[in-house]
Design a protein around this ligand. Structure first.
Ligand SMILES: Cc1ncc(COP(=O)(O)O)c(C=O)c1O
Ligand SMILES: [Zn+2]
Length: 425
């Protein structure tokens, strides 16, 4: 097939059989209207967001366990072809679920796990969503693989595109942390720094997607496929707990996509009979300097008022979150909450996780751990229930956040006496 598509007018005619696996259609999250699988993201009836709907076959725990140790072990539940493992991608996922007894003791929790997604190929959970978006881009014959990003997504798109041999162009706010810029630029010559915040970058990307043919913007025109990748976090947590759901889970919120998809994963596992149907609570974490969802949660409204972000948690700095209202829905429906913390508390969260569990997280993870602490202190989270907290990214990308707070305990001459004088022996 030589035609290059990614054009909203594309019909299923340019697609090979099974291009999207067991996915049946794209379905509107507002009105339920269904459209055919393709590069569509808004409902033609009501402009609501589209998401992937499936006709799932019977899937067993044994079939999943026999799969590869990456997200493709769940390929039957994703919008990807059956031969997905044969095409080059970064093979993310199946990251460790750490029992975090030291952090639990520090916080007064009975049982706590950290889902550590900092060990993905480009060190954030974004490798999961990008692997699914890459598959869609490939099946839709895209010429360019692109994204607007708060940093981690750009890293993941640039790396996956390099590996797949497709041209990448990634757009970031120009004030982004240097390590995140370098972590994209090493993979692609096409890093575009935009003088504006993420919401400006996102608007520009939507405009380009509308004007240019053959561009797959992972979180814009192939967003429904991209978003499904976050479900694998939910599947893995359940599988790694021995095929059961946690009582409580704390998840960072930028656009809100990840949180909604972890919930979708839990619901699918229940429907497929892979886990017992029992209640679980979902909590969202934001930094106060960009907390439109938390503010809406606390004021008891459904209306999310966009904000201009001002926080060190730049990966979470989306002032107008596309999935914010769905985050509110899920946190309210499950009996969870959305909470926010200051930048100082974000820094404390980073150091707390590092010093109790040996995991160096970035500001997003500092936000999540700090919010977990606040939820316990304010009585919103039950310390006696089993809790999972997701670490979505890697501390080496946001070194500046804590660089001034840590360093050598002493600088000494290379002599035993000088060492004794430090008092560290
Ligand atoms: C490290 C990290 N955690 C969490 C998020 C939030 O993801 P979402 O936009 O799906 O809410 C992001 C988004 O950029 C991120 O980079
Ligand atoms: Zn609709």
């Amino acid at each position: 097939m030589s035609t290059s598509v990614i054009d909203p007018a594309t019909t299923s005619t340019g697609l090979r059989d099974g291009a999207f696996g067991n996915a049946r259609a794209l379905s509107c999250r507002e009105c339920g209207h269904e459209v055919e699988l393709g590069p569509h993201y808004a409902c033609p009836e009501c402009f609501g967001p589209l998401e992937v709907a499936y006709d799932f076959p019977t899937v067993t725990r044994e079939e999943i366990a026999a799969g590869p140790r990456n997200i493709w072990r769940y390929k039957a539940l994703l919008p990807v072809p059956g031969d997905i493992e044969e095409s080059p991608n970064t093979e993310p996922g199946f990251t460790r679920l750490l029992r975090a007894d030291n952090l639990a003791a520090e916080l007064g929790l009975t049982k706590l796990w950290v889902k550590d997604d900092s060990t993905n190929p480009t060190n954030s959970f974004k490798d999961r969503v990008v692997a699914c978006a890459l598959s869609a881009a490939r099946e839709l014959h895209a010429k360019v693989f692109a994204c607007p990003s708060t940093g981690n997504l750009a890293n993941a798109v640039a790396a996956a595109g390099a590996r797949a041999g497709i041209k990448t162009v990634v757009f970031i706010p120009s004030n982004l942390e240097k390590p995140k810029q370098v972590n994209s630029a090493v993979y692609t010559p096409n890093l575009v720094a935009v003088d504006g915040n993420y919401d400006d970058v996102n608007k520009l990307a939507s405009e380009i997607a509308g004007e240019e043919d053959g561009w797959a913007f992972v979180n814009v025109n192939v967003r429904p496929f991209y978003a499904e990748g976050s479900k694998t976090l939910g599947y893995e947590i359940a599988e790694q707990l021995g095929w059961r759901l946690p009582d409580q889970i704390v998840i960072p919120v930028a656009s809100g996509s990840q949180l909604t998809k972890v919930d979708k994963a839990f619901q699918e596992l229940i429907k497929l009979g892979l886990v017992e149907d029992r209640p679980y609570k979902v909590f969202g974490a934001q930094a106060t300097g960009c907390s439109p969802v938390s503010v809406a949660y606390k004021t008891g409204t459904d209306a999310i008022r966009p904000v201009k972000p001002d926080t060190i948690a730049k990966s979470l700095a989306i002032g107008n979150p596309a999935d914010g209202i769905y985050v509110l829905d899920i946190c309210r429906r499950t009996g969870g909450a959305v909470e926010d913390i200051t930048d100082d508390e974000v820094r404390e969260g980073i150091l707390l996780l590092a010093r109790t569990e040996g995991v160096f997280t970035e500001t997003a993870g500092g936000t999540t751990v700090g919010v977990l602490k606040k939820l316990i202190e304010t009585g919103q989270l039950d310390p006696d229930l089993e809790t999972v907290v997701i670490n979505t990214g890697m501390g080496l990308k946001t070194l500046d956040a804590v660089a001034d707070q840590v360093g050598p305990a002493a600088t000494i001459a290379p002599s035993y006496d000088a060492f004794r004088a430090t008092g560290l022996a």
